[in-house]
Design a protein around this ligand. Structure first.
Ligand SMILES: [Zn+2]
Length: 334
């Protein structure tokens, strides 16, 4: 059943400061959250993450390790660290096989998958172990940023989504029925590449990060109507008091960047209709890629609860945790 216009008739409650207040059905004690798009650096500790999750009402966190050396991060994150967190704290952490490996950064690896055969072999061994639930994040088309205050940088990345290596990764996702999560700004040529990838791998559960590359509601609606296994995560798409973040036109304003929430937390009407009509296709994620971002962890989750407050209770439950748990449960270990 299409819950036609259900969202529109729900009143948005604004506080005196103009911020959306948290509805009963979106309160932490009523609505657990799976934080689906989160990263792991070497200097993040399980007990710190758990304390933040408990305070914010987050049941489970997906960990995607970042193997990048960064002067301000104390060492690399790793898959072994993520698996160790999950083993020690059952049900709280869900490790993915990391896609952010410095060695994969060169275009040649994506054009010739044999040059990345070590990565494919290792990834399959990890999936076969039963300890990993997904593959990613693969950063394919990404605008550079400089979070100077934190001493953190993000590079300019231009890798094609329909490259031979990405096809091999997609096939692995289909074989083990695990999601393949990737970052690709939805500019026209990149969208065509993604469509070719989806057409070639109808069985792969793809997750296109950051609301399907920050595409327009109309473009996302078309893609989700055409590819039933495609999902969009809302990684970093919430608006907080911080500078930067994908909830704003950041790191640059292009005609292809579309936002979900206005300042104050109100969700744009066409996005809200999209979430209601395709409620089985969205996931939440704080996208705390750099360790200093954990300082605003609770604020990030609060912004998501503002978003969920504007949805019907059934849609809010799907997007907060049911869709994520369905994906974890469908994994095939062989
Ligand atoms: Zn990303």
């Amino acid at each position: 059943m299409r819950p036609v216009m259900a969202a529109v008739v729900m009143a948005v409650s604004l506080s005196v400061s103009g911020c959306v207040s948290i509805a009963e059905h979106a309160r932490p004690e009523r609505l657990p959250i799976v934080d689906f798009h989160t990263h792991l650096n070497g200097d993040m500790e399980a007990k710190h993450l758990l304390a933040l999750m408990d305070r914010a009402g987050v049941r489970t966190m997906v960990l995607m390790a970042r193997y990048y050396a960064n002067p301000k991060d104390a060492g690399y994150g790793s898959d072994m660290q993520a698996a160790d967190f999950a083993r020690t704290h059952k049900g709280r952490f869900v490790p993915f096989v990391a896609g952010q490996r410095g060695e994969l950064g060169r275009l040649a690896r994506w054009e010739d998958p044999e040059s990345a055969s070590w990565y494919l072999r290792e990834s399959e061994d990890k999936l076969r172990s039963g300890e990993f639930f997904g593959l990613g994040e693969y950063v394919l088309y990404h605008h550079a940023y400089d979070l100077a205050g934190w001493g953190q940088l993000g590079g300019e990345v231009r890798l094609p989504a329909d490259s031979p290596l990405m096809h091999r990764i997609a096939a692995l996702g289909a074989k083990y029925a695990v999601p393949v999560l990737f970052h690709l700004e939805a500019e026209p040529e990149q969208t065509q590449q993604a469509v070719r990838l989806f057409e070639a791998h109808p069985e792969t559960p793809f997750i296109w990060a950051h609301n399907c590359g920050r595409a327009s509601a109309g473009q996302i609606r078309q893609l989700l109507g055409r590819f039933p296994r495609l999902m969009c995560d809302l990684g970093g798409m919430m608006v907080t008091s911080e500078r930067g973040g994908y909830g704003r036109y950041w790191p640059k304003h292009t005609p292809y960047v579309h936002l979900v929430q206005a300042d104050g937390g109100k969700v744009y009407a066409e996005m809200l209709r999209l979430f209601e009509d395709f409620s089985g296709h969205f996931l939440l994620g704080t996208d705390t890629a750099h360790t200093p971002a954990l300082r605003s962890y609770e604020e990030r989750i609060h912004a998501f609860r503002q978003m969920l407050s504007q949805m019907t209770p059934a849609t809010a439950r799907r997007i907060a945790y049911e869709n994520a748990e369905r994906l974890f449960a469908s994994r095939r270990v062989q």
